[in-house]
Design a protein around this ligand. Structure first.
Ligand code: 5GP
Ligand code: MG
Length: 177
């Protein structure tokens, strides 16, 4: 595995995910929730979070393509894959691993709003507010982190690292030139 430094431990993640679920349970009550998971990074987060929710939950998956596979987000996003059929009058949570520049979630919010949900809110596990290029605040957020490239708990670097049980900063020496 890559050289890394643990930023958020497994215990901290478990506790925070429980708190987020509590907030969602409080805010949505008995309403059926449509959770849209952004592939692939948010899958572990989704699996843990929805099992702590008390209301009926539907799951959907979307995947976007962004140009470049390195450690820097690029500016061009397109929809690559989606299981979303109908969201008309539904209460939707858009679930993402990390909010960085905001370009990905901004694109997906616009795309999903075209399906005319009753409500749509963003829930992210991690937030890197210093890198924002689009004015976007998550409604629910697990942790704020500094501007470091992170792996683990679903997040990868060149497809590896998703199965780590904690979140770690990738050692800069691992970045491909
Ligand atoms: P944004 O469009 O907000 O700049 O970037 C969001 C996407 O960039 C995330 O869904 C994630 O795929 C990727 N990303 C941004 N920062 C990181 C990071 O520190 N680690 C990993 N693994 N992916 C990141
Ligand atoms: Mg992602």
């Amino acid at each position: 595995m890559y050289k890394h430094k643990v930023l958020i431990t497994e215990d901290q993640i478990i506790r925070r995910v429980e708190e987020l679920a509590l907030e969602l349970n409080k805010q949505y009550g008995e309403k059926t929730l449509d959770v849209v998971c952004v592939l692939k990074g948010a899958t572990i987060f989704m699996a843990d979070l929805i099992r702590k929710l008390n209301m009926p939950v539907r799951t959907h998956f979307v995947q976007v393509s962004t140009y470049g596979t390195g450690s820097e987000s690029s500016g061009t996003v397109s929809l690559h894959f989606s299981t979303v059929a109908d969201l008309l009058d539904r209460d939707v949570i858009l679930l993402e691993d990390i909010l960085d520049t905001g370009i990905t979630l901004d694109y997906l919010l616009k795309h999903l709003k075209e399906k005319k949900p009753r409500s749509i809110q963003v829930c992210v596990l991690l937030d890197k507010p210093t890198k924002r290029k689009v004015n976007l605040q998550p409604h629910f957020r697990g942790f704020e982190i500094p501007d470091e490239f992170v792996i683990g708990y679903g997040l990868d670097y060149q497809e590896l690292g998703r199965n780590l049980r904690f979140i770690a900063a990738l050692d800069p020496s691992e970045y491909k030139p």
